[in-house]
Design a protein around this ligand. Structure first.
Ligand code: F6P
Length: 497
C-alpha cells in the first residue's frame, strides 16, 4: 500500500451503521483495554483498512524512530534545541534523565515530609501560583482526586486578574499558608506579579518570615534565588520537561502534598504503564496511535475543524481545559519541523465540557448543526459519590445514549425534528478514577498529541505563537510605543493615557 495521504483520502466513506453491519468484528478490532481504561473507536469512521493505511503513513513518517528518539532523550524539540523528557519523570526514558528525575522527586518528597512534620510551622492552606502548564495539570489532579482529602486546602491561582487572588485571601489564613510559586522560567509576568502580591498579603497580615514559607517549582533555580526563595525550598526540574507536560515533575508538588506521596507515585506508575504500552504495542492495538489516527481522519479527510471531549464525571470537569493547552499549544502550528508551510490543517480546536450539563446547552449543535464535530465521551464505571445508584446510572446511560444517538440519527417527515445521524464519537471508560488510572489517561493524551505531530511533520514541543502577544503587552505597559488606532483608543479609554 502506498504510504501517503492520498491513500487515506481515497478510502471509501461508508456510514457508521453500515460499517457495523458489514463487519461483525468491528467492535473488537476498534476497541481495547489498557491500564484500567477501555477505549472504543468503533463509532468513528475508522476501519481496519484506514488503520492499516495510517500505520503505513506512520511508518513513512518515521514514527518508530521518532518515538525512540523521544524516549531516548534525543533533541526532539529541534527549534529550541532540547530533548523532551516528561516520560523520564515517570521512570521511562534515558537512564541519566530518569536518575535526575528520581533525585528531584526525592528532594520533593523530603520537603513534603518536612512540611507534614510542621518544619515550616503549622500549614493548612497551600496557595499555588502558576499559569498555563504550571497550573492546569496540578489543578486537574487536585480537583479530580483531592475532593475527599482532608490533608491540605489547596488553591491554584493563575489569572493575573486580582479578583482570583483576592478570593483566596478571603478564605485562607495567612499564618497557616504555604506559598508555592510554580514557573518553569520564573519570569512569567502574571505569575511573578501574583507571587509578589501574595507575599505582600502575608507580610501585611503580620506573618513572621513570609519568605520562609515560600516554595519555588522551577527549571530556573537562579531566578528563584534572585527573587528571594531560599535554596533549600527550591524544587528544580529539568529544562527538557515542557510546561504543558510538567505535572509529573516537581510542578506536581501541590498534588503530591495535597493527595499524599503514595498517590503521586501511583500517578507516575499509571503514566509509565501507558508509556510502555505506547512504546511496545503494534500500532493496530496502540491506544494513543489509534486515537491520533481518528483525529487525523477527521481533520484531514472530513475537514473537521474542532473536536469535543465531554467528561461525564464531575471530578474530571477540568479535563477539557487541560486538553485545550496540551493539544492546541502542542499542535496548533503552521510550519513543519523544517520550517516549511504544513499545507494541511493541523490541530483541531479542542473544546468540550461536562456531561450531562452540556447536553442541555451545546449538544443541539452536535446533533443537528452543520459542523462535523468528533465527540469524545470520558466516563468512569465506579461512582465518585455515595448517593443513590440512580445518579451514576443516569450519568453513564446518558453518555452512552448520546453516542448512540449521534450515530443512529432519526428521520421523520418534519426536517426540524430530524437527525442526520452518522456523527462520530469515541468513548473512554475508566474502571475507577484513582491516581494510577488518571496518570495513564493523561499519558495517553500526551502520546496521542505526539503521534498527531509526527504524522503532520510538525514540532509539537515549542510554542512560539504565545510570544508576540506577550511582547506587545510589555510594550504597551512600557509606553512610548505606537499601536494601531483601535488599540490606542482602547488604551486611552482604560487608562486615559
Ligand atoms: O505562554 C505560554 C507558556 O510558556 C506555557 O507554555 C507555559 O506552560 C506557561 O506559559 C507558563 O510558563 P512558566 O511555567 O515558565 O511560568
Amino acid at each position: 500500500m502506498a504510504a501517503d495521504w492520498s491513500t487515506i483520502e481515497s478510502l471509501p466513506q461508508t456510514p457508521l451503521l453500515d460499517l457495523f453491519a458489514n463487519d461483525p468484528n468491528r467492535l473488537a478490532s476498534l476497541s481495547l483495554d489498557v491500564a484500567g481504561i477501555h477505549f472504543d473507536w468503533s463509532k468513528t469512521h475508522l476501519t481496519r483498512e484506514a488503520v492499516a493505511a495510517f500505520a503505513e503513513l506512520a511508518k513513512a513518517s518515521g514514527l518508530a524512530a521518532k518515538r525512540d528518539a523521544l524516549f531516548g532523550g534525543e533533541v526532539v524539540n529541534v527549534t529550541e534545541g532540547r530533548a523532551v523528557e516528561h516520560t523520564a519523570e515517570r521512570g521511562e526514558g534515558n537512564p541519566e534523565s530518569v536518575a535526575t528525575a528520581r533525585q528531584s522527586h526525592a528532594r520533593m518528597r523530603a520537603l513534603i515530609d518536612a512540611i507534614e512534620a510542621e518544619a515550616l510551622g503549622p500549614i493548612r492552606h497551600v496557595l499555588h501560583i502558576g499559569i498555563g502548564g504550571s497550573a492546569l495539570g496540578p489543578d486537574l489532579l487536585v480537583d479530580a482526586l483531592g475532593r475527599d482529602s482532608d490533608r491540605y486546602d489547596v488553591a491554584i491561582v493563575s489569572n493575573v486578574d486580582g479578583v482570583a487572588l483576592e478570593e483566596v485571601f478571603k478564605r485562607f489564613d495567612p499564618a497557616a499558608t504555604l506559598l508555592v510559586v510554580a514557573s518553569k522560567t520564573f519570569t512569567t509576568t502574571e505569575t511573578m506579579l501574583n507571587a509578589t502580591s501574595a507575599l505582600q498579603w502575608m507580610t501585611e497580615s503580620g506573618v513572621e518570615d513570609p519568605y520562609g514559607k515560600v516554595i519555588a517549582l522551577t527549571a530556573n533555580p537562579e531566578k528563584a534565588v534572585e527573587w528571594g526563595v531560599d535554596e533549600t525550598r527550591i524544587l528544580p526540574f529539568a529544562e527538557s520537561v515542557g510546561g504543558r507536560y510538567s505535572l509529573w515533575s516537581t510542578i506536581g508538588f501541590p498534588a503530591a502534598l495535597g493527595l499524599g506521596w503514595d498517590a503521586f507515585e501511583e500517578l507516575l506508575e499509571g503514566a509509565a504503564e501507558m508509556d510502555r504500552h505506547f512504546r511496545l504495542t503494534d500500532l493496530s492495538q496502540n491506544a494513543p496511535a489509534l486515537a491520533a489516527f481518528a483525529d487525523l481522519y477527521y481533520t484531514q479527510v472530513r475537514h473537521a475543524e474542532t473536536r469535543a471531549p465531554f467528561a461525564y464525571d464531575e471530578r474530571l470537569r477540568l479535563l477539557p481545559s487541560y486538553l485545550q493547552q496540551l493539544e492546541m499549544e502542542s499542535n496548533g502550528k503552521g510550519v513543519t519541523v523544517d520550517g516549511q508551510p504544513v499545507g494541511r490543517p493541523t490541530a483541531a480546536i479542542t473544546w468540550g465540557g461536562v456531561g450531562t450539563d452540556a447536553q442541555h446547552a451545546v449538544f443541539q449543535l452536535l446533533h443537528q448543526g452543520t459542523h462535523l464535530v468528533p465527540v469524545e465521551f470520558i466516563a468512569v464505571i465506579e461512582p465518585g459519590d455515595v448517593l443513590s445508584d440512580d445518579h451514576h446510572r443516569q450519568l453513564l446511560l446518558n453518555a452512552f445514549a448520546q453516542g448512540a444517538a449521534l450515530m443512529k440519527g432519526k428521520k421523520v417527515d418534519d426536517p426540524a425534528r430530524s437527525y442526520s445521524g452518522d456523527r462520530p464519537s469515541s468513548t473512554i471508560l475508566l474502571d475507577t478514577l484513582d491516581p494510577r488510572t488518571l496518570g495513564a489517561l493523561i499519558a495517553f493524551y500526551e502520546h496521542r498529541v505526539f503521534v498527531n505531530g509526527v504524522l503532520l511533520g510538525i514540532n509539537s514541543f515549542d510554542q512560539f505563537g504565545v510570544e508576540l502577544g506577550k511582547e506587545m503587552a510589555k510594550a504597551a505597559d512600557q509606553g512610548g510605543q505606537e499601536f494601531d488606532p483601535s488599540t490606542e483608543d482602547l488604551i486611552k479609554r482604560a487608562f486615559g493615557e
